[in-house]
Design a binder for this molecule. Structure first.
Ligand code: HEC
Length: 327
């Protein structure tokens, strides 16, 4: 087969590969990795295309046979000429860009000094180099005007913009990939839709031990300040996902609930905080304080030079002043 046909087939398959990749791929992963049958599809397509090329070639042959001998000779001559001129444009442009004189004309540019038979040609600078040089000058002028005179954005601003864009993309991504949460990344959900979903999950799985009110039965009270395994969205999520202490009856729910469902039910539980249901169980565990919560306002009241009163979260603490610190 002719080289042209092979080049066409190769080109077509490369094009086909990128085209299918472009229309089929989601995000970063290629459709050829995710759906391997696409390879078979591309292969079938290529088989059809090769068959088409073969038919075309056969058809050309038949047509050639039908020509008279004279016309055949002319056709051959035309084809030979076309072959010679095939890459003419490229060759010509390449020569022009080099700007060198053909060897027959070198006599015109030889300089008149001669060192032991070594002579020098006064070649012109190659045009590709000269135009490249002009391009850098133009670039420099534009660059200087844009960034030093007209205050174009600098690297820092570019960085800030890129970060802001990335943040938006992350938000978008989180929306489509909700189930990627784990106890490190989970955040308290506050939207009514999520809390309702959490309530449904709670009613379906948890009320047997924690009661519908969350007040506790076999399991502890979930509405008070006390937590056995730690409060706050991250700990509660972790408890639901991994389960409680061995043998206590709180199993790991990660195989029954999706990560996002666990986030919903965890958020629902936290929304019950402080509801004080009538039949609530006694508190168990420790009072939970969020280590990441902003420090409450601290009021310091000086009583006299030896005593101060510090009010932390509305609870006054009185102490003596010793070495500028409070005991
Ligand atoms: C078979 C009974 C049972 C079921 C069902 C159950 N739990 Fe529990 N849960 C417990 C027990 C018992 C504990 C205490 C675990 C411990 O002490 O380690 C507990 C602890 C917890 C805690 C931690 C409380 C703390 O004080 O740290 C959370 C949060 C919790 N459960 C949520 C849920 C959720 C959400 C569900 C439903 C998806 C659920 N539980 C289903 C028995 C249950």
């Amino acid at each position: 087969m002719k080289t042209a046909a092979i080049v066409r087939i190769l080109g077509f398959s490369i094009f086909g590969y990128f085209f299918l990749n472009w229309i089929g791929s989601e995000g970063e992963t290629s459709v050829f990795v995710e759906q391997t049958w696409v390879w078979a599809f591309l292969g079938a397509l290529m088989l059809f295309y090769i068959a088409f090329e073969v038919c075309l070639h056969a058809f050309e042959k038949i047509m050639y046979r039908t020509l008279s001998e004279e016309r055949q000779a002319k056709y051959d001559a035309d084809m030979a000429l076309a072959k010679i001129n095939q890459f003419k444009w490229f060759k010509d442009t390449y020569k022009k860009l080099l700007g060198s004189k053909p060897i027959e004309q070198e006599g015109e540019i030889v300089l008149d000094h001669n060192y032991d038979g070594i002579r020098e040609l006064d070649n012109k600078l190659p045009p590709w180099w000269v135009y490249g040089f002009y391009a850098t000058i133009i670039f420099a002028v534009v660059y200087m005007a844009r960034y030093h005179i007209f205050d174009g954005i600098n690297q820092d601003e570019e960085y800030q913009i890129a970060v802001a864009e990335a943040k938006i993309e992350i938000e978008e991504y989180k929306k489509t990939a909700k189930d990627l949460v784990d106890f490190n990344t989970v955040e308290l959900l506050t939207e009514a839709g999520d809390l309702d979903a959490g309530k449904t999950i709670f009613a379906g799985n948890c009320v047997a031990c924690h009661k519908a009110s969350g007040g506790g039965g076999i399991g502890p009270n979930l509405t008070d300040d006390h937590w056995i395994l730690g409060g706050g969205i991250k700990n509660v999520f972790k408890t639901i996902s991994e389960g409680g202490r061995a043998g206590k009856g709180m199993v790991a729910w990660k195989s029954d609930l999706k990560p996002f469902e666990m986030a919903q039910v965890a958020s629902y539980i936290l929304s019950l905080h402080g509801t004080n249901p009538a039949d609530a169980k006694e508190p168990e565990g420790e009072i939970w304080r969020d280590p990441l919560a902003p420090v409450e306002e601290v009021d310091v009241e000086v009583i006299d030079s030896t005593k101060v009163q510090v009010i932390i979260e509305d609870q006054p603490v009185t102490g003596d002043v010793v070495n500028d610190s409070i005991n």
